[in-house]
Design a protein around this ligand. Sequence first.
Ligand SMILES: Cc1ncc(COP(=O)(O)O)c(C=O)c1O
Length: 292
Amino acid sequence: MLKYEQTPIQEVLDHQTEKAGVHLLVKREDLNHPLVSGNKWWKLKYNLEEAVRKNSKVLLTYGGAFSNHIFATAAAASELGLKSIGIIRGEQKLPLNPVLAFALSRGMELHYVSRSAYRTKSETDNYLERFENFYWIPEGGSNLLAVKGVMEFAAAISIPYDYLCCPVGTGGTLSGFVEGAAADKKIIGFAVLKGAEFLDEEIHKLSKKSRNSSSWRIVHDYHFGGYAKSDLKLGRFMEEFTTAHVIPLDPIYTGKMMAGIYDLLSKGFFARGSTILAIHTGGLQTNRYINC
Ligand SMILES: Cc1ncc(COP(=O)(O)O)c(C=O)c1O
């Protein structure tokens, strides 16, 4: 079992929250583990238990060269004394970026597949045949066991709130919130990919409740150009927010979610008098390679 630190809830108070008449709280789940942080901890929890139960000594997963999931899986495997294999999309580029250098330092074996082969899964499937007795975790770590972990996290939140906000990549995290939060909560996901309307279908696959529930939605207006894309407006927002509230954000996930929340505040989207709970899903290692 990975170590887990209890995390605080931080209130964010400024003239925008005051003008919108809402309470904005940030659950600092980024602080739950130094390396396997945020949603990654919860998405991996039951996958790791299952790997151990099956007596698998190797975790095998996929991801892009800057994947938070690759980073977290390498760290989790090394903490639990397991081996890890990362199948990386794209050619190897040297020197390795800090995410892959970190993964390698934690013993992850890295294999590269071309983007086209990765897309069609032709070559990745060959890799699956090459290794034995591994525990397979899908790209981004989103499977039903990941949903189970996030669901447990959601169900354990004891403070009252009306809206729960989270960033959405593959949809596993949002699915866990839809499954685990009480029926009267509204769950708002902020898509970080452009053209990610397919996500609703992914959520339906991962969360049974989602089909018959109108209490969740994904907003698609805050991807800032697409996955890992950014612009000056987002950069300025993140800098001002972090300076004012001493909450670091990453530009790929939590920065976009928070910028989206603030824009929605200015549009009167959230009911006056309501409490918004934004989940800080981690991903702060991104800042390290943006800065270097
Ligand atoms: C920091 C961070 N936040 C949010 C997400 C989105 O999670 P999901 O892919 O489960 O939608 C990710 C990606 O997994 C992430 O790394």
